[in-house]
Design a protein around this ligand. Structure first.
Ligand code: ATP
Length: 374
């Protein structure tokens, strides 16, 4: 078990690329901590700095209170699992699991006990004498996890471990990793570019962009109180709709209509005239539904451009046009509604659910201090 602390950690590569600007992160003992962000944002760099595969340019990495700058990866008591799970094709599953322990010169009986325990946790028992070639992608991934588990490390570092698997298997392995982490209670740092994986797995998530941490919080904090437009649109699927708005006499003029702002919202907006308004797809309601009553904001008419019916969800794509610009929008509505492409639908937004952002800095104007849930 281990607490992992990065204090002012930065990484500049020899060619001058700044992969990570000075960053402070404290990952709790036993926490499942996610690093998420688009390609090139510095997720793998941050993980490699914890692992010791790269050296920090600035700052300090501490694992369980010990500064590990300059400490060899093998002496950091951590285990890594990569996307390309390195398992030996010519060895059986049992031999693959035993290998790191033989390298560490553990006594035979201890190796057997640890392999048996890992095999039990990962349900690899019946596969122990097979070679990787005769295993499915998910089973190979479990062997790779097993090789990390047998070492009984203080922390697991996982870099996109599921991205080679097909969609169904990914969902299944995601659940297995969550279960595994709960059972072992070992600190886990998990890199992904997939926001769904981040939201479903993480105790807390750090969203990165261009080498800077944008926000750290629980999945719920990031979803409900994003600190800026980047986090607001990165977290959530389909993404939050963001449109420009103009404040006039306490009312917010949006490309599709006007909404009355609450005194608290007016106070936070201050004397700004231009803002950005974020609306989650589920914060639209159909004007004729009970949720779409008179106090849910102004109803307006939209022409349905595309309908995505997923059984439990119904997404309606439409657009608003203002000042010659077109804004594509998505609303999630009651899947029982009969809507067809080309038909008209009356939608409204509850102004209280709006996320407002400064149009210049794109920082949130809403309350970003998370409400404590625990
Ligand atoms: P991906 O999801 O594509 O793996 P990432 O978020 O993990 O991306 P990193 O691999 O951490 O991103 O890379 C961060 C930045 O540092 C990128 O701009 C990358 O091109 C750059 N970078 C990574 N390794 C090196 C290197 N050895 N030398 C120079 N630049 C590098």
């Amino acid at each position: 078990m281990a607490e992992i602390v990065l204090a002012g950690v930065a990484k500049r590569f020899a060619d001058g690329t700044v992969a990570l600007h000075p960053t402070d992160v404290a990952i709790g003992d036993g926490e499942l901590f996610i690093l998420v962000g688009p390609s090139g944002c510095g997720k793998s760099t941050l993980l490699n700095l914890i692992a010791g595969l790269d050296e920090v340019s600035e700052g300090e990495v501490r694992i369980d209170g010990r500064v590990v700058n300059g400490v060899d990866p093998k002496d950091r008591n951590i285990a890594m699992v990569f996307q390309s799970y390195a398992i030996y094709p010519h060895l059986s599953v049992r031999e693959n699991l035993s290998f790191p322990l033989q390298m560490a010169r553990l006594p035979k009986d201890q190796i057997a006990a640890r392999v048996a325990r890992a095999a039990e946790i990962l349900e690899l028992g019946p596969l122990l004498d097979r070679r990787p070639a005769s295993l499915s992608g998910g089973q190979r991934q479990r062997v790779a996890m097993g090789r990390a588990i047998v070492r009984e490390p203080a922390a697991f570092l996982l870099d996109e471990p599921l991205s080679n698997l097909d969609a169904r298997l990914r969902v299944q392995m995601r659940a297995e990793i969550a279960r595994l982490q709960r059972e072992l209670r070992t600190t886990m740092v998990y890199v992904t570019h997939d926001q769904t994986e981040a939201m479903t797995l993480g105790d807390r998530i750090a969203v990165l962009r261009a080498g800077r941490v944008q926000q750290i919080g629980t999945p719920r904090e990031l979803y409900e109180r994003p600190r800026n437009v980047f986090v607001a649109t990165f977290i959530g699927e389909p993404p939050m709709n963001v449109v420009p708005g103009t404040v006039r006499n306490g009312r917010l003029v949006l490309p599709f209509g006007e909404l009355a702002l609450s005194p608290a919202q007016r106070q936070r907006i201050g004397d700004r005239v231009d803002v950005l308004a974020g609306i989650r797809p589920e914060h639209w309601s159909h004007a004729a539904s009970p949720a779409g009553g008179a106090d849910s904001g102004t109803a307006f008419d939209a022409t349905v451009e595309l309908v995505e019916w997923l059984g439990a969800d119904l997404y309606v794509h439409f657009s608003a046009v203002a000042a010659g610009a077109r804004f594509p929008l998505i609303a999630r509505v009651d899947p029982a509604l009969a809507v067809a492409r080309g038909s008209r639908i009356a939608l409204c937004v509850d102004p209280a659910r709006l996320n407002l952002f400064d149009s210049r800095t794109e920082e949130s104007l809403s309350e970003t201090q998370p409400a404590r849930l625990d």
